[in-house]
Ligand binder design. Structure first.
Ligand code: MN
Length: 251
């Protein structure tokens, strides 16, 4: 019997799907796509845990958390999830009122361990071990695939990888237009989504390229971008071919 309730608050479709697949293994859950909807849900229903993305339209995760904190009733555990922060930002999230903080891309096993600890009310200080560095030269990090396979059906994993590749192709097309028209903010957003999703799925070479491009665009080093975008596009094609050939690794 799934007695604990989790609310997933995330505007990114791929991330939300992954969180749902992971959380759904252990608890009952509902999902919403922005902070405003999260506050409304929390007014109606008690959740044991709320998984809160930080960057969202309508109402961001920090504001939503603060509004939920002043509601009457039993307080939920609220976990911040952000791709724009690193472990060094943990203190600041906790001080603002979150119970825990997880960086994206998440690692499924660690992710569920953290949630399990919070939901079970185990107040043990979180062990401060850091995640092992993945092999950044790998087209696909098989450790991540193995972890995903523990919690997801092969059918879901195949569809997630398929969706990932098509979204990359759409985003890279948009990104090329955005860099041409000098719209660097929109461009950064497109690249950021590719970076986040590739990190989550262990598409490490795509991740490295996207990370590099994001850095260049933040530093406004635009003349290097066309070449780098070409590299990223190649990596996406390589990944697509790889998945087509190696899809048999999934039973
Ligand atoms: Mn977001």
């Amino acid at each position: 019997m799934k007695t604990k309730r989790v609310l997933i608050v995330e505007d990114n479709d791929l991330n939300r799907k992954l969180f749902e697949n992971l959380v759904g293994q252990l608890w009952s859950f509902e999902s919403v796509i922005n902070g405003r909807m999260a506050v409304n849900k929390a007014k109606e229903i008690h959740y044991d845990l709320i998984l809160m993305d930080i960057q969202m339209p309508e109402l961001d995760g920090i504001s939503a958390m603060k509004e939920i904190r002043i509601l009457n009733g039993q307080a939920p555990q609220i976990v911040a999830i952000s791709a724009y922060a690193d472990e060094g930002d943990r203190e600041s999230f906790l001080q603002q009122g979150f119970d825990e903080f997880i960086t994206k891309p998440i690692r499924p096993r660690e992710f569920l361990q953290v949630l399990e600890r919070l939901i079970s009310g185990d107040s043990l200080e979180q062990n401060s071990k850091t995640y092992p560095e993945d092999n950044l030269d790998k087209i696909l990090d098989i450790n991540i695939v193995n972890q995903l396979m523990k919690y997801n059906s092969p059918k879901i994993i195949k569809s997630v990888f398929g969706d990932f590749v098509s979204e990359c192709e759409t985003l890279i097309l948009q990104a090329k237009g955005q860099v041409k028209s000098g719209d660097l903010d929109e461009f950064s957003n497109s690249i950021h989504i590719i970076k986040g999703n590739s990190g989550t799925l262990g598409a490490n070479r795509i991740f490295s390229q996207a990370q590099e491009i994001e850095k260049l665009s933040k530093e406004k080093i635009v003349d290097l971008l066309p070449k780098k975008i070409e590299n990223l596009e190649n990596e996406i094609q390589i990944f697509k071919d790889y998945i087509k050939e190696e899809i048999n690794f999934i039973p």
